[in-house]
Write a protein that binds this ligand. Structure first.
Ligand SMILES: [Zn+2]
Length: 55
């Protein structure tokens, strides 16, 4: 593993509001990605999130 940037945080521009995503979490509290951090691991579906949503 190589440590690029010297920090554990990965920042990128938010595709929704244009502010900064920190590890997939937007710094904008009004943004969707602030409450639902974007996963960049290729796993977009969260099996735990769909459980118990059927009642
Ligand atoms: Zn955002």
């Amino acid at each position: 593993m190589s440590n690029i940037g010297g920090g554990p945080y990965y920042a990128e521009p938010c595709p929704l509001c244009g502010q900064t995503l920190w590890n997939g979490r937007c710094e904008n509290r009004d943004c969707f990605y602030h409450w639902h951090p974007k996963q960049d691991d290729g796993e977009e579906d969260d099996p735990e999130d769909s459980k118990g949503d059927n009642e």
